[in-house]
Design a protein around this ligand. Structure first.
Ligand code: WTA
Length: 638
């Protein structure tokens, strides 16, 4: 596979960038013509950010799995598509060649059809990081069903909310999942979720942990039995469904500043082109390289850079089931050594946590195969950047700091490995086709260099979200209404003297905890469900490893005999039940009141400062309803 659109020098980057701004339609149609289309598009781009309407390659027909698998079979049929490393290093790993992946996807596509799943149906996938997760995703895409993968760390309640919002009648899961020394009972969580979702018709269950599970007659079936049925039917073909470029490919739920997660919708054509283009250029992938993205497929990073980006490029993608610190903190380095990984793409939070174990786990392994390193999900502090550079890349591997979002489908701002310069803690420059703009609170453009503002994008790119599932108005108000004619990212940003971008963090009520996006309103809603809680307010505070920690201020009127510690544990447990363990507050402080304005609005700015330990910088508090409460909160700070 060759990539004629791969940028190979800084001059080529400048030229491509200029062309993408001057002639965006020609720029993107040249790139898109490298893919396999059943029918070419009628129009490259139609857009109006006011509505918003965004259509790329409209009228074009394709199936993304033909681009990710079928078209590689002739030349790459025997090359590894997916390398799977299990949680336990003692267990055998698996390699699926492109041919084997094709066979499995076709087979499971037929399983889906046998179970009544059709084009346009929504399928919720709640599985651990096993190869069958990628197979399930691709099989949905093959038959035109819309997948919605839910990360294994979400609770039954979160799954039920998502199933209801997506009106999904089908679920694919595992009996359980291994994660470090833990076993997570996925099917049992699904069973709890389905109590609230009687509309779910079918649950396909893969055996992984052999944990005991309940299987309901008429609703639940085993993956393995269904595959056998397809084999006895002798059906070895599952023609790819012809999809319109703008048909939905998947829904992925993500947190915003309101209490309810949004179903971000991506479509077939534009997403494919953008995931591939960004993959090939940012990481400078070369044929034969082994690419290791440590994210979970339950997040956008896994969708774009474990599954669709690499496979559409005929790459070898490594899928890892476990965690970085089990059986020991050398797990990543062991994998790099074992499979001669060329590119490692991970989160700053993982780097920070591994730094804490010193160099011994690193030095035991040969990391000589590494050529490119990447980070994603949150700002990387300089200390972690240098540790990564010196000890993992041995100062020979460019580091790409990739800024992007669930909504953007692929990386928007990043250096290109070895092609454009890196700058520690800066995402640096926009990819061709991406037009960032900084604005002040009033929406006025902040021009020039050495400035900061709210980060917006002023022109569409193929990978951007099209809508939020079932509620287009929500998409408009969330992303396109804050500033006229701009896509608002929710991030604050500065542009240095050379025009490099540095993302400074969210400017809305969204936290980034270990690279996971969590809305403060969601956590508050969950805390408020605990019987003893009267009211709560949640803010973020700097956390050495997680980037941000969750700090909850709670007005609590519990029953008399329980001590505070127990009550705090109960509240944390409630959050775990309602959202999932990833949203558990790190600190819970009981307060007798919250700082409110006279109109009853909680002054989060003040709470944020207190949580950050900057109690001398609270600003004017005289407009508060009860200024005395601030003193009490300050004194009780954890
Ligand atoms: C943050 C993850 C700084 C940012 C792909 C964004 C980053 C949110 C970076 C999206 C980065 C992501 N530097 N911050 N390189 N990458 N972010 O939707 O606040 O899970 O808005 O997508 O993560 O998180 P999401």
């Amino acid at each position: 596979m060759s990539y004629p659109y791969q940028i190979r020098s800084a001059e080529q980057y400048q030229a491509a960038y200029k062309k993408s701004v001057d002639h965006p339609e020609e720029f993107w149609s040249d790139i898109a013509s490298n893919f396999q289309w059943r029918k070419p598009w009628d129009k490259v781009l139609e857009w109006d950010f006011k509505k918003p309407t965004i259509k790329w390659f409209n009228g074009g027909k394709l199936n993304i799995t033909e681009n990710c698998i079928d078209r590689h079979l002739e030349k790459l049929g025997n090359k590894p598509a997916i390398i799977w490393e299990p949680n336990d290093p003692e267990e055998y790993h698996r390699v699926l060649t492109y041919r084997e992946l094709y066979n499995k996807v076709v087979q499971f596509g037929n399983v889906l059809k046998n179970n009544g799943i059709k084009k346009g149906d929504r399928v919720c996938i709640y599985m651990g990081m096993v190869p069958e997760l990628a197979i399930a995703v691709l099989a949905c895409a093959r038959i035109g069903a819309i997948h919605s993968v839910v990360f294994g760390g979400f609770s039954a309640q979160s799954i039920a909310d998502r199933l209801q919002d997506a009106k999904a009648e089908f679920v694919i899961t595992c009996d359980g999942a291994y994660r470090g020394n833990k076993e997570i009972p996925l099917k049992s969580v699904i069973d709890d979720a389905l109590v609230q979702c009687p509309f779910v018709k079918r649950v396909v269950v893969l055996t992984r942990t052999r944990t005991a599970v309940s299987m309901l007659k008429g609703r639940d079936v085993w993956w393995e039995d269904e595959v056998k049925k397809v084999e006895t039917q002798g059906n070895h073909d599952c023609p790819a469904e012809e999809m319109d470029a703008e048909d939905m490919l998947f829904i992925l739920y993500t947190s915003g500043s309101t209490g309810k997660p949004k179903g971000v919708v991506h479509t077939c054509g534009g997403y494919m082109v953008y995931a591939n283009y960004s993959f090939v250029n940012v990481f400078q992938y070369q044929p034969g390289d082994v690419f290791f993205c440590t994210a979970d497929i339950g997040w956008i990073t896994g969708h774009s850079y474990i599954v669709y980006g690499p496979l559409s490029a005929g790459a070898t993608t490594l899928l890892f089931e476990g965690v970085p610190t089990w059986p020991d903190a050398g797990r990543f380095w062991d994998i790099v050594d074992k499979y001669k990984v060329n590119t490692l793409y991970t989160a700053p939070t993982a780097i920070r946590s591994l730094m804490g174990f010193g160099l011994e786990p690193v030095q035991k392994h040969d990391l000589g195969s590494l050529k490119v390193l990447g980070t994603v999900g949150e700002p990387i502090n300089e200390e972690a950047w240098h540790w990564y550079d010196e000890n993992i890349g041995k100062k020979k591997c460019p580091i790409v700091d990739t800024w992007w979002q669930t909504e953007t489908g692929g990386v928007l701002i990043s250096n290109m490995a070895g092609i454009t310069p890196a700058k520690p803690s800066f995402a640096t420059l926009p990819l061709p086709g991406v037009q960032p703009i900084l604005v002040d609170e009033n929406g006025k453009e902040v021009v020039g260099n050495g400035v900061s503002g709210n980060l917006c994008i002023k022109f569409p790119w193929p990978g951007m979200l099209r809508t939020t599932y079932g509620d287009h108005e929500r998409c408009r108000t969330n992303y396109f209404a804050t500033y006229d004619n701009l896509y608002f990212t929710g991030d604050g940003c500065l542009r240095d003297e050379e025009g490099n971008y540095r993302i400074t963090g969210r400017v809305d009520d969204v936290l980034n905890v270990s690279g996971h996006r969590i809305g403060t309103a969601e956590v508050e809603n969950a805390i408020n469900m605990h019987t003893g809680v009267v009211e709560s307010a949640v803010v973020g505070y700097p956390h050495d490893i997680k980037g941000q920690g969750i700090y909850a201020f709670v007005i609590y009127q519990g029953h008399g005999d329980s001590d505070d510690k127990m009550a705090r544990q109960d509240i944390a447990q409630t959050v775990s039940r309602i959202i999932g363990p990833i949203a558990k507050p790190d600190k819970i402080q009981f307060v007798s009141g919250l700082p409110k304005t006279r109109s009853g609005k909680i002054m989060r700015r003040i709470l944020r400062k207190i949580a950050e330990g900057e109690t001398d910088k609270l600003g004017d508090i005289s407009t508060l309803l009860d200024p005395a409460v601030v003193e009490e909160i300050k004194n009780g700070k954890l």
